[in-house]
Write a protein that binds this ligand. Sequence first.
Ligand SMILES: [Zn+2]
Length: 340
Amino acid sequence: MPENDRYARQRLFAPFGGEGQKRLAAANVVLIGCGALGTHLAQHLVRAGVGRLRICDRDFVELNNLQRQVLFDEQDVRSNLPKAAAAAAKLGRINGDVKVEGRVVDVHPANVESLIGDADLVLDGTDNFETRFLLNDACLKLKKNWVYGGCVGADGMVLAVRPGTTACFRCFVPDAPEPGSVATCDTAGVLGPAVGVVASLQAAEALKLLTGHPEALADGLITVDVWGSRQHVFRMARNPECPACGKARYDFLEGGSSGSATTLCGRNAVQIRPAAEASLDLPALERRLAGVGRVSRNDYLLRLDADGFEVTVFPDGRAIIRGTDDPARARAVYAKFVGS
Ligand SMILES: [Zn+2]
């Protein structure tokens, strides 16, 4: 084995070996969400030598991300870069052999199947129940293995879902919790090391699946508390009454493609997604808004500061409006500056 083989140490690990490396190089992984968990996940997969990685994320890099989102730096914040673009650029410098595709996109019922349709495995790097339920539905329907991960405070959970074989996400969380009823990163904060542990456990489950070792998967839900120094695996049986995997009812996938206004966790911000995808001419919009407030623009987005709001507009017509967590107010701001 040549010393300059970048995967030498990984191949030496017996269960992985040359065969595992070959399988990994042929694999296509889709990562949904490239924040705290997502940046760690992407880095693990790309350094390990996955064949292709598609990164889907709707957001841009902010200063308070840098505490735990390992692929980003201060220059990304200054450049207003979308996370998917910043991550793809960084990952390209880490391992040029991996085909990394950054997609600046909000994952919703109308596009999720096309985004994950060619995946061998889907990784959950999201921070909200809505998208996880959607992923669960889409992965069950398309029979894609996926690995759930969640992290708040110093605690986290990981579950590898194999459709038809293991319990699914909805077997243990039957319905979305009421807003405000569970701790979020907004109310409980989150520790960088907790994120790192949870993402590493997710990545390990992913590598087991991708290299053909499902027998090595944790037999259930892994829970971890890095502050209390505890880790546990809860056996999880499939729930025959589960609407998703038991009855093949995909409530979240069938939610349709209508527009939405979504309050973003801990951001004092709302995402507006128009009912129909647009193809905005950002330079034209920049000229139109020049007299309204302070406008800046890069290849991926336009930023307007006006009336106490920070409005970030993407070419697909989507916008993130900071300065309110009220969807109605955000819709009004969107209508005023971008159009209805
Ligand atoms: Zn289920």
